[in-house]
Each structure stands twice: as C-alpha cells, then as structure tokens.
Write a protein that binds this ligand. Structure first.
Ligand SMILES: Cc1cc2nc3c(=O)[nH]c(=O)nc-3n(C[C@H](O)[C@H](O)[C@H](O)COP(=O)(O)O)c2cc1C
Length: 329
C-alpha cells in the first residue's frame, strides 16, 4: 500500500480522507471491507456495513464487526502518524447499531513510534504461504501477546502440546463440518476472485496442494485433508484473541487487538494468518473455550504466527474498494 500523501490532500487540510484511505487497508474477513465512514472536519465516524455480512459463515456479524475493529485501529494509527492522534468514542445508540465508533482528531506532533506503525500498516498482509521451520520462541509469543493493550481483551498464547493438539482437532472438525455444508462452500466460493476491488484473489492463495507441510488456511486447496493436521509437529505459534464478554463492543475491541498485534508482529518480521473456522461453529468454539481456555473467556479469533522465508517473492496485494465507495455523505 502506498503510505505517502495523495492528491486528495491539500497542505493544511485535516487529512480525514487520507486517514480513511489508510484505514481501509485493514484486514477483513474474505476481504469484504464491511465498513462505511463519515468525515466531518476533525471528526470521523465508523459504521458497519451489514449489507456485506457473510450470512452463512458469520450469521451473528462477529467477523464483520471484528474487521471494522481492525479498520478502527488502522485509522488510529494513521491519524497519529499524520500528526492527528484520535480519541475514540463508542456510541451506544440502540436505534443505530451500525454506528460503531467516532474518532475525534486532536493535533499533536507525530512520534517516531507512530511513524514506525504507519510503515507496518503498509507492509502488513495475510501471507498464507508455509512458514519456515524456525519455531517462534515462547518468550516472543508472550511479548507479542503482552503488546496488546485493549481493555477487556486478552491474547492467549497456546504453547503446551495438549492445547495445541486439541486446537488441531478442533480445526479439523470445523473444516470438515464446513466442507460438508454446501451453503458455506457456495458463499466461500463467491468471495474468491470476486472483483477487482474486493474478495480474495486466488493469486493471493499459494498452491500448497501436495505439500506435506502445507498449513491450515481457509483458502488453501485440500484444506480438509492434511493441512490442518500438523499444528503440533509444526512450529507455528498460536495466539487466541479472547474477550471478557461476547457482544458487538467486544468484537470491535477484539478487532482492534487483532490489528495491534498484527502490526507489532509485522515490525518484528513475523507473519500472521487468522484462522476463524473454529470460532464460526458454535460447537467447536465452545469446546475451545471449555477444553483449552479454561472456560473463563470468550475466544474471538485464533491466529497462526511464524516466519516466512527470507527472500520470498512478493505476494500480490488484495484489492480495496475506492475510498469514494465507503464514504457516507
Ligand atoms: C475477522 C477476520 C477473519 C479472518 N479469517 C481468516 C481465515 O479464517 N483464514 C484466512 O486465511 N484468512 C482470514 N482472514 C484474513 C483475510 O482473508 C484478509 O485480511 C483479507 O483477504 C485481506 O487481505 P490482506 O490481509 O492481505 O490485506 C481474516 C481476517 C479477519 C479480519
């Protein structure tokens, strides 16, 4: 993504449009980009676009709202890096559940940290290629988990063999159940090579078929065969993003945490791939909560963390909708 300034911006203008443009580089489930924005001077409003919800895989809208949370965090990072750090309000208007957040921009000099975060925003992507066999040290995973400071969110590293083995079984169970559901398969297919502006291009999905160490990925071929069965032997780090409660606000916060963790991993040279199938099915999600996480917290998304090959080729970037399409009058 180009993180330099654009033609939309005039010197001295509040860079609201640029902030939204950068926020739209955020990850979203199936690259649905389910967000809408309203810019009004020093105020930017974020809305969920429920017309882009995955009705089969995401009937509650959890992944949709989490995607908006990732975009909200991206917006904060962009605003701070452009010298306009934002305070965020979370509206509670039951008449309009789609209004998720309002950013109020302030004006302060940018910090070196904000500029580093902005660079990570441009580098981040979902790279589903096989990780190298270098294990991510437990301490590194713990640091990554601890780098997230979103209230009500915990990031839990899964490092012991029993937990990893259980997660592997649950991933398999979820993949098998979803593969057997035609409606799910049909919805999934609709978002692959969908358009020039949204969906997941098949070119962004490496062909791992036949590789003995291919990795669990929603988009990889052969995903119901062996690819999800090797978490234990594999060196993938596993982090689960969890929340205290399980409502729209906590999904939004989980999305902010996902973005924060992903950018920290990017700065560290680590690759992140979300894995949402286990959470999408109520039965596997409940097993994860009770059997792996001790029942006290609500799992929102699993992520795999690892190192990609040095000198790997560039993956094509997933497309984004033109910013004009996501702006409200
Ligand atoms: C809430 C959420 C759930 C996701 N679930 C998966 C998943 O299960 N498998 C996967 O390979 N990618 C998953 N992704 C990654 C998206 O497919 C990816 O962000 C999107 O295609 C845009 O590509 P980019 O991240 O390279 O910009 C998820 C992303 C989000 C925000």
């Amino acid at each position: 993504m180009n993180t330099s300034s654009t033609a939309h911006e005039q010197p001295g203008d509040v860079p609201g449009l640029r902030i939204v443009e950068l926020a739209c580089g955020a990850p979203s489930v199936h690259n649905t980009q389910p967000w809408l924005w309203r810019i009004d001077g020093m105020r930017i409003e974020l809305y969920a676009d429920f017309s882009r919800q995955l009705e089969v895989a995401d009937p509650s809208g959890r992944n949709l709202v989490m995607s908006c949370g990732a975009a909200l965090h991206h917006a904060r990072v962009a605003a701070a890096a452009l010298g306009y750090p934002a305070e965020v309000e979370y509206p509670t208007d039951p008449a309009d559940p789609s209004h998720l957040a309002t950013l109020r921009l302030t004006q302060r000099p940018r910090t070196p940290r904000a500029v580093e975060d902005l660079a990570a925003l441009g580098q981040r992507s979902t790279d589903r290629r096989r990780f190298t066999s270098w294990p991510v040290p437990e301490q590194r995973l713990a640091q990554l988990a601890a780098s997230v400071d979103v209230p009500g969110v915990q990031v839990v590293p899964l490092v012991d063999v029993t937990s990893r083995f259980r997660v592997e079984l649950l991933v398999n169970r979820a993949l098998d159940q979803q593969a057997a559901d035609e409606r799910y398969a049909e919805e999934h297919q609709r978002w692959i090579d969908r358009s020039q502006v949204d969906g997941v291009p098949s070119a962004a999905v490496p062909d791992l078929s036949g590789h003995p160490h291919s990795q669990p990925s929603r988009f990889g071929p052969g995903e119901t065969s062996y690819e999800a069965r090797e978490l234990v032997e594999n060196t993938d780090g596993l982090l689960v993003i969890c929340t205290d409660t399980d409502d729209q606000r906590s999904w939004l916060l989980a999305g902010e945490a996902l973005s924060q963790m992903w950018l920290a991993a990017t700065v560290d040279g680590l690759s992140v791939v979300p894995l949402s199938q286990v959470i999408e099915l109520p039965s596997t999600r409940e097993s994860l909560r009770l059997e792996v996480l001790g029942g006290l917290t609500r799992p929102q998304i699993i992520t795999r963390i690892g190192w990609q090959e040095i000198g790997r080729s560039e993956l094509p970037r997933t497309p984004r909708r033109p910013v004009e399409e996501v702006l409200l009058p």
